[in-house]
Design a protein around this ligand. Structure first.
Ligand SMILES: [Zn+2]
Length: 247
């Protein structure tokens, strides 16, 4: 029987980093139980000519609030669901909050807080000096990360990972670069209740706080709970690797 990990409310909402450790040689932080599975995934990718590099791992509440507040104030680029630029100052509070949530999580509600989720690229596919942008076009069949996309589709679940935002389910925009380690992320999702999120946001110095708090149940449902289901194969892979690990 697979033993699922649980995170406490502070870790779940990015207000503690006690659960994460550094990926050697990088500034990327991951949940301590995700490090070994990620290294196995990276090694398998390397054997197939892919240099799997995380560009984002654990992100704390303060960092997510910085992103959120900057978008609310129009200090950071804001896009609609079609990728067209929006003027934050011209939007009503409801429309502004919805526009931000298509691309950026509410502080306290980012899966990056858990350390189980990370954004990856194939560094071997980039031309010298080329910077990844993390846009869906890069992951289209003809895009620079088309081969990475194909490789992940075949191999990801064998290592216990899945992609919660692979398709547009009406909440967060498709993010084919965003990986999640199922065995730890699934119980984290269950533990991140509306009450836990509400407690993290109360008095947190958030722009648009009134609008967010008033509509929190709907926003929670649409942008936190609406993700791809965890593939059974991803959990099965974890159970097998743990069972075969000497203790
Ligand atoms: Zn991400």
């Amino acid at each position: 029987m697979l033993r699922l990990q649980t995170l406490d409310p502070l870790s779940l909402t990015g207000r503690s980093s006690a659960h994460v450790v550094a990926l050697e040689g990088t500034s990327i932080l991951l949940h301590r139980d995700v490090l070994v599975p990620f290294l196995a995934l990276r090694e398998a990718a390397r054997r197939d000519g892919i240099e799997l590099v995380p560009v984002s791992g654990f992100r704390d509440f303060a960092r997510q609030r910085l992103i959120w507040n900057a978008k609310c104030r129009g200090e950071r680029e804001l896009l609609d669901r079609d990728g067209q630029r929006l003027d934050a100052r011209a939007l009503a509070p409801g429309a502004l909050v919805e526009a931000i949530l298509g691309w950026s999580a509410l502080p306290g509600a980012s899966r990056h807080h858990w350390g189980t989720d990370l954004d990856v690229i194939d560094a071997a596919a980039l031309a010298p000096g080329q910077q990844p942008r993390l846009v869906p076009a890069e992951f289209a069949p003809s895009g620079v990360f088309g081969p990475l996309q194909a490789w992940l589709s075949v191999n990801l679940t064998d290592f216990g990972f899945f992609r919660p935002y692979q398709r547009d389910l009406g909440g967060v925009q498709p993010e084919p670069w965003h990986l999640s380690y199922a065995a730890v992320a699934m119980p984290a999702m269950q533990a991140l209740s509306l009450a836990v999120l509400r407690e993290a946001l109360a008095g947190a110095d958030l722009e648009q706080e009134d609008e967010v708090m008033r509509r929190l149940p709907q926003l929670y449902e649409r942008y936190v709970c609406t993700v791809a289901p965890v593939p059974a194969a991803a959990l099965a892979a974890t159970a097998i690797s743990r069972a075969s690990r000497p203790s």
